[in-house]
Every structure is written in C-alpha cells, then in structure tokens.
Design a protein around this ligand. Sequence first.
Ligand code: PLP
Length: 444
Amino acid sequence: MKELIELDKKHFIHPTTSIMEQQEKGPKLIVEKGDGIYLTDKEGNAFIDAMSSLWNVNIGHGRKEIAEAAKEQMEQLAFNSTFSTFSNEPAIRLAKKIADLAPPSLNAVFFTSGGSESNDSAIKLIRHYWKIQGQPERNKIISLSRGYHGVTAGATSATGIPQFWDMAGHMLTGFAHAKTPYEIGTTASIQSIREVIEAEGPETVAAFMAEPVQGAGGVLIPPSDYFKEVRKLCDEYGILFMADEVITGFGRTGTMFGIENWAVEPDLMSFAKGVTSGYFPLGGVIVSDQIHEVLKEKSQGVLFHGFTYSGHATGAAVALKNIEILENEGLVENSRLMGEELLKGLQSIKEESVIVGDVRTVGLLGAIEFVQDPATNTRFSPDLKVTSRMIEALHERGVICRGVTYDGTDIVCFSPPLIINKEQIDTLIERLRQSVLAVQQELE
Ligand code: PLP
C-alpha cells in the first residue's frame, strides 16, 4: 500500500486534481474492485458509488457479460481502421442501434473515443456543414454559462466555467456564452441567447449547444418549456441546435436521451459515457438526416477528420452489449422510478434540516443544495467549505459523491448506477441524512 502511494505521487499526474493535495496526502482511494453500485478499496472498505464514478457506469460495476463480449470481440477482431471506408460489423451495428434509439430525424453517427472528442467533432462538423454551403463566416458556437463540454480545445472553449479556460491562458475565438436558465428561468435565458446572437452578428453564428441537464455545473435542470423555446429561437435565426448528451444519454434521466424530457429534436447530439457504461472509452456524434444529406451532397474529397479509434470494433461490441443490458433489464424505466424515490428521500431530508435549499432529480440525476437560509436562498460563505465538509461526511459513511462550489454555490450531486434498487436508495438517503445533520451541527 505504502509503495503504491509513493509511486502514485511520483509518477501519476491525475486529471482534474490538485497536484499539491496529491503530493501532500497521496491518493484518496485506491480502488480494488467494483461490484454493482459498490466500489471497494484495497483495505476492503466498501463505498456506494453514488456518482456512477463519473456519471457513466450506468449498468453498474463488475458486469461479466461485458467482459465476455469484449473478450469474444478481441479474439475475433480487436481493432481495425475505419478510415477510407474500411469498416467492421460491430461499428456498423452500433451506428444502426444508436440511430434507432435517437430521435427519428437523427440517423448517422461519427464515432470518437469520448465526450470531449465528440464535442470537438461536432463543432468541426457544424463549421464544415456551413462552409460547404458557402457560408464559412458562420462559425461561432454559442453555449451556456455553467455548461461543461469537456477539455479539448473546442470543448473547453464551449464550456461555461471560466476556471477551465484559465488553465492554459485563454480559450479559442469563435465561442460566446449566454446565461444559463438556472435561477433566472426560461425567458431571461432565451433573451440572453438572443442578445448574444445579435451582438455576435446572426450571420456569423453556426450553432447553439447545451446539455439537456447541466451536470458538472451542479445538476441544473432547465424549466419544462426551455428547450422548446431554444428550438424556436434557433429556427428563427436558422442556426443549428446541438444537445450534449454525454451525461444525459443512455437512460440517465429516465429516458433514453435527456432531450426527450423536453420533447424536442436537436440537429446533432454528442454522446459518450453511458454508451459503454465506462467499460470502454467510446463516444460519438449523431447528426440529422438534413445534415447528413448536405455532407453527402457537398462534402467533396476526404473529410479531414477522424480518430484512430473511431469505430473501434471492441468498443462497439462493448457498447452493443451495454445497450442490450439497459434494454433487457428495463434500466431506463428503473432510472425514472428510482429517481422519484431519490427525490422523495431528498425532500424528506430538506424537511428535517435547516440548511437544505433546492432538491431536484430527473431520472437518476439529482442534487441537493445547501444554503444558510432556505427562506431567502442566502448562500454560505465559501470559507465555511460546506460542500467539502459534506463530501467528507458522506465519505466517512461509505458514500462517494461529487460537490459543486462554482460561483458560490454548495451543491452535492447524485448519479448512481441505473441498477440501484429501492433498498439501496433508502441506504443512500439514510447515510446522506446522517451526513447533513452532522455537518449542520458542526456549523451551529
Ligand atoms: N460533455 C459533458 C456534458 C460532460 O459531462 C463531459 C464529462 O464529464 C464531457 C462532455 C467530456 O467528456 P470526456 O471527459 O469523456 O471527454
């Protein structure tokens, strides 16, 4: 154990981590095993993985069927290039499966290795789409404050959390941000998007992109009329609408794709995470028939965009098995039903505590906010580190969760595996209740 800690500190640069903290304390947890909703560390301590790790292990840990599917495919054909029209059966069948699951007008898929690559691919495909139609000046992407779209250059620039831009000095040009509907509602947010379009010049705007539910921003669920209004605005200006379904895709919100909750069809959707439940790094972009037609008609010569692992045979076989499990076990429906149970539990904690503000869920994507005064929604001083205390209290009680403190909020997020049952939700809620009451007492 000691040796592993030292090697980690010496050789492992962790993603989205304080390097100083890593050097001082070493790794928080060295996970040894995953089984269902649980992760177990090297000392045998079991934790509820209430985040499905990074919002992605939708079918839960330790599924042998996936290991079998990967083994079978690797023995048959682990990988081949899909450049220059080469293909393989799992990738073809996965593209068809995703087209069947997506909204009716979205039927053609470009594969990547993850969410950020998917969003960068979408941005480039969108710009290409306008360029080949003789409108190269239409290249700007508008997105929302508190949105998170990944860490590659384009995805970071579309992200609406400035700390991610600052990391390497600046962000790319051709991106602009409007205000999220969180706290200000539909009308003000739509007005903000309109103002950004007008300020940038409508003839220079290529697309608007947003997560159906802003995940890393703090599980911010837009009002029920929001995306209808977004769609209307995009149509009014003739710009494309892209939904970033990286978290919300594949059952997370109680529907196969998150945008279905708003009954709207986007022009493109990016996906990753839940498509393989994290058993293989794979993502993609699915585009509308209209975009596909334009690409087929007007994109001449080679489409100079492709990743070595686009259409990875083993990744596709894993994704197909994962989707089969989601469907056969009714996990999308379970996500909806257990999400309702999670909400009831969060509401009961709100009634018992004096520091709980808003609680919300959509499927198994949920959040609890902590405030000094729930009546006026007054926030705690960041110095009190309420979210860190809460995450620590949960950790001590065997729950792994994620906090969001951006812009002075204190939010704890939940995104448990979609296989979670009522008894396990009750255990999770009981541990959360104890944690909230313990932190509340500390703050008194
Ligand atoms: N888009 C959203 C909505 C995400 O939440 C994430 C990751 O959390 C990404 C994109 C980036 O995905 P990846 O980390 O696989 O590159």
